[in-house]
Design a protein around this ligand. Structure first.
Ligand SMILES: CC(C)(COP(=O)(O)OP(=O)(O)OC[C@H]1O[C@@H](n2cnc3c(N)ncnc32)[C@H](O)[C@@H]1OP(=O)(O)O)[C@@H](O)C(=O)NCCC(=O)NCCS
Length: 174
């Protein structure tokens, strides 16, 4: 079995351009994420760099050689139940990168005593729902017509949550 050619590391402000380029690639596919193409690449890159520096987001990238091929973002990491978002480059799907990124995020969440991780996914995104189910997320609700699209339509979002720590048990000293 060959060793994987990719590795995971924390993302830094210097990754912002590559991450936004990857986000644009996936947005252009048109199905999977709330971000729609076109968007202002430079503005998005600046916003991401600022957010990383301000620590209002954190996360990890997967790299293959010099290329950033996947990104997982934890939004508002100070919250008890931070929100996740992720993209894997089309060329690199189905190789375990998504699973490895989620596992890394869960490790971080446990180390930082988070109650849970949450995320939103489109109902027809079978790969993402499969990944999240396989890594311990439960579907806890649907937000009907909550994601407006530029064409005037609205899409449902499924909310998924992975509980990491039972507050009741902790209060009881368990
Ligand atoms: C969803 C996504 C992140 C999955 O990442 P990935 O690296 O391809 O997934 P992995 O190879 O780590 O697969 C892990 C598990 O996810 C599930 N999975 C992955 N691809 C799947 C598919 N096409 N259909 C069903 N389940 C799938 C499987 O349970 C898989 O485990 P297995 O390999 O043991 O069967 C990736 O496809 C992606 O970036 N898609 C476009 C953007 C997107 O949808 N982002 C998430 C928005 S909520």
């Amino acid at each position: 079995v060959p060793r994987p050619s990719w590795t995971i590391r924390p993302k830094g402000e210097r990754d912002s351009g590559a991450i936004v380029a990857l986000l644009a690639e996936v947005a252009r596919e048109g199905h999977y994420i709330a971000t729609e193409w076109p968007f202002d690449l430079d503005a998005r890159e600046r916003a991401l760099r600022d957010a990383v520096l301000a620590r209002t987001v954190l996360g990890w990238v997967a790299t293959d050689g010099n290329a950033v091929v996947a990104d997982l973002t934890v939004f508002e990491p100070d919250r008890d139940e931070p929100l996740l978002g992720m993209v894997v480059a089309r060329t690199h799907r189905g190789r375990g990168i998504g699973r490895a990124l989620i596992e890394r995020a869960c490790e971080w969440a446990l180390q930082n005593a988070k109650l849970a991780l949450v995320l939103r996914v489109f109902p027809d995104n079978d790969a993402a729902r499969g990944l999240y189910r396989a890594t311990g997320f439960d579907e806890i609700g649907v937000e009907p017509q909550s994601i407006p699209r530029r064409d005037g339509t609205k899409r449902d979002a499924i909310v998924m949550r992975k509980a990491l720590r039972a507050p009741a048990a902790e209060a009881a000293g368990a």
